[in-house]
Design a protein around this ligand. Structure first.
Ligand code: 1GP
Length: 259
């Protein structure tokens, strides 16, 4: 039984519609970092501040029961979509509205390129969750991040935006609808503006959404990514640590005009 699902397959339409009105902000919640009730409180607070969706996931595979309960509590508390951001097939919950069906394109491991996706695909079909196809790219960001280590990644060099462009084009030709430039949660440095701009330019006009996240800790950095051409800004750590700054980040993102 699917709980709390208002209607089927509505998330892509919701994103398209909202994006027409401006740049979007998604709040990432790691189900390993707090109890489900606390996760729901964070999500509700972010929704009240204007975030457009809640992503649930983390680099360490959450135990299925804890993940399910977290998603259920958030669904009870919020009206915005809950989108899974899984690091493996065990990051899939039947209670979510959608899942980023993502391949870690610059991983050296078959596990994160295709094997986990093969396992997850059957679950997604059986649970009838909306799949949002995404090319996931890790960018070098100072010290080694959890996602780079766990995903066996060869991070994109910060001074080589052309590499990001090439991967983003590959994602496009695979038919993916999202490209995520990721510095990693808690990254020392966020994705360089030049890389965001070059990737945006390469994807322009193709209905592919450019997501940027990792290490965004203030409104100024968020605005820089928006100006460089991000469609969706993701913040995670700041939601747990500093709700006031989260509010400022959401405000600055939501004020940006649609391109
Ligand atoms: C991680 O990009 C997200 O996948 C969020 O990163 O926790 O640094 O905001 P932060």
């Amino acid at each position: 039984m699917r709980l709390f699902r208002k209607k089927k397959k509505w998330v892509m339409k919701y994103i398209r519609k909202r994006r027409k009105g401006g740049v979007l902000h998604f709040t990432l919640i790691d189900p390993d970092k707090q109890k489900p009730e606390e996760a729901a409180k964070l999500a509700l607070e972010a929704e009240k501040m204007g975030t457009d969706a809640i992503m649930v996931g983390g680099s360490q595979a959450a135990q299925a029961m804890f993940l399910n309960e977290t998603v259920e509590r958030i669904k009870e508390a919020c009206n915005i979509p809950v989108i899974l951001f899984p690091s493996s097939h065990s990051g899939i919950s039947q209670h979510a509205d959608a899942v980023f069906f993502m391949s870690l394109l610059n991983s050296r491991s078959l596990t994160y390129l295709i094997e986990e996706q093969v396992k997850g695909a059957v679950m997604i079909k059986n649970y009838d969750i909306e799949a949002l196809p995404m090319g996931y790219l890790i960018v070098e960001s100072g010290k080694l991040t959890s996602v780079a280590w766990a995903g066996d990644v060869r991070p994109l060099p910060r001074d080589k935006p052309d590499f990001a462009v090439a991967y983003a084009l590959a994602a496009k030709y695979f038919g993916m609808k999202f490209v995520y430039l990721e510095a990693g949660s808690g990254a020392e440095m966020c994705v360089p503006n030049e890389m965001v701009a070059a990737t945006r330019k390469a994807l322009n006009g193709n209905g592919i959404y450019l997501i940027v996240g990792g290490g965004i800790r203030d409104a100024k950095s968020a605005l820089e990514k928006v100006k460089a051409g991000a469609d969706i800004i993701v913040t995670g750590t700041i939601a747990e640590k500093d709700p006031e700054t989260l509010g400022k980040i959401i405000k600055v993102v939501k004020k940006a005009k649609a391109k």
